[in-house]
Design a protein around this ligand. Structure first.
Ligand code: PAF
Length: 280
């Protein structure tokens, strides 16, 4: 497994693979890899001849009061995990090489970035789409894999790739959860023990909404009320958003439709903001 820091060298390696007719998969990450990332890597391994993983803590997708400085950095363990799973190349550039002096381009996707995390984290998705387009151009993948946990991010990146005719398949991979239901996230390490104990309430709420849907309820106010209950019962939790939206357009839904409903939540536990979702 190669560890490549230089963007031009990574692009050259990717181009050489493509020139040999190999199918390349890219798994973009910010490091602090967990079982969710490893599932992306394992899926990538099954569908491509070469697998690249980018490990880049992208500064431009963090707001001024967010957790960029304290974001966990575990490069040695990340590299070992990638090596074990047969990754061919890790791309781990420094910010100055990704955004050299004079860099002045932003990739902006419109409507899909307005609600949910786009409302709570202004500018976040511009940072994501800008770096992801760069990673796609450098890594030259036929397929790039992202987790459904960041459902809005997945939809935004898919839209960008379609709108800009980027020749890549953007693939969503199911959320990986802890045994108690908490969605895997690099941010789970911020939780204090008492917060960690309560954190599965988010999943419990979402599953209560799913159960109500399966029992025939379609009114999203009622589904959201079911989801909100276990979260609101916990004094440590504060809901940032909990909404039912179309999986296609992210428009708010009054009536849930099978196959086109995303129930997405962002919840603060102390200063840690966790996101999770279900698709109906
Ligand atoms: O989901 C993430 O880890 C990041 O947003 C991504 C897609 C790697 C872009 O920095």
């Amino acid at each position: 497994m190669e560890i490549i820091k230089d963007p031009a060298a990574f692009q050259k390696q990717s181009q050489a693979w493509r020139a040999e007719g190999l199918r390349v998969a890219l798994v973009p990450t910010m490091g602090a890899l967990h079982a969710g990332h490893f599932k992306l890597i394992e899926c990538a391994r099954q569908m491509a001849d070469r697998v690249s993983v980018s490990i880049f803590l992208n500064p431009i997708q963090f707001g001024p009061n967010e957790d960029l400085a304290k974001y966990p950095k575990t490069f040695e363990a990340d590299a070992a995990g990638c090596r074990e799973r047969g990754v061919d190349a890790i791309f781990a550039p420094v910010p100055g090489d990704v955004y050299p002096p004079g860099f002045q381009t932003t990739v902006h996707v419109d409507g899909l970035t307005s609600p949910l995390c786009g409302r709570s984290r202004p500018g976040h998705f511009d940072g994501v789409t800008t770096v992801v387009l760069k990673l796609l151009l450098l890594g030259q993948p036929s397929v790039a894999l992202f987790g459904w946990k960041d459902a809005q991010q997945l939809l935004v990146i898919r839209r960008m790739a379609r709108d800009l005719n980027v020749p890549v398949e953007i693939m969503g991979i199911e959320i990986v959860r802890e045994a108690d239901g908490l969605a895997m996230s690099s941010r789970n390490v911020y939780l204090k023990p008492e917060e960690r104990r309560e954190a599965p309430r988010i999943h419990k709420g979402l599953e209560a909404a799913r159960k109500a849907f399966q029992a025939g309820e379609r009114d999203t106010d009622k589904l959201l009320a079911a989801a909100r209950k276990p979260i609101e019962e916990c004094p440590l939790m504060r809901i940032d958003y909990l909404e039912a939206r179309s999986l296609e357009t992210l428009e708010e839904l009054k009536e849930a439709k099978a196959g086109d409903t995303l129930i997405a939540a962002a919840v603060f536990l102390g200063s840690t903001r966790l996101i999770d979702n279900i698709r109906l």
